[in-house]
Design a protein around this ligand. Structure first.
Ligand SMILES: [Zn+2]
Ligand SMILES: [Zn+2]
Length: 155
């Protein structure tokens, strides 16, 4: 199995995963995920803690906020989560979920890895825009950048 590494945008906060392909990879369009990512859906995975190594500093935000009443709306983190993000660049790289204490949640996009396996479940689709799950069908130019010019992709 490949060793996979996630990183924030500036690179100081990393998560390294050394284990089998994760069993749970999910798409989510809940409002928490939309705001966390700034995108219309998130893709995340759960990784057994014993297979994870974290380096760098993180700032945290816990949802629901400490002392606040429990959330009265539905989201994938309704039971509570602590998000770890880079204090310098702001990327959320990983998190702790109250409902899955033996795992870290991790943002699949933070791995920038084309070989990462696809999601196995999708949630809260009604909360996102109608086109979110079918963007490739939009009647717009789809630029076919082949990744070989201008230095190629950032690794
Ligand atoms: Zn950073
Ligand atoms: Zn969500």
């Amino acid at each position: 199995m490949p060793i996979r590494q996630a990183a924030c945008n500036c690179g100081q906060l990393t998560l390294t995963y050394d284990g089998p392909d994760p069993a749970r990879i999910s798409l989510c369009q809940c409002c928490e995920c939309q705001r966390r990512t700034g995108s219309v859906f998130s893709v995340q995975t759960r990784l057994p803690r014993e297979n994870v190594t974290i380096t760098g500093e993180s700032s945290t935000w816990t949802f629901p906020m400490g002392g606040a009443t429990p959330a009265t709306f539905r989201s994938c983190d309704s039971e509570g989560a602590t998000y770890h993000f880079c204090p310098r660049c702001g990327s959320t790289v990983y998190w702790e979920l109250a409902i899955a204490p033996d795992f870290f949640g991790a943002a699949v996009g933070s791995f920038t890895d084309q070989t990462f396996p696809p999601p196995v479940i999708s949630g809260f689709e009604a909360y996102g825009p109608d086109w979110a799950m079918n963007a490739s069908a939009l009647p717009i130019p789809h630029h076919e950048y082949d990744g070989t010019t201008h230095g190629g992709p950032r690794l």
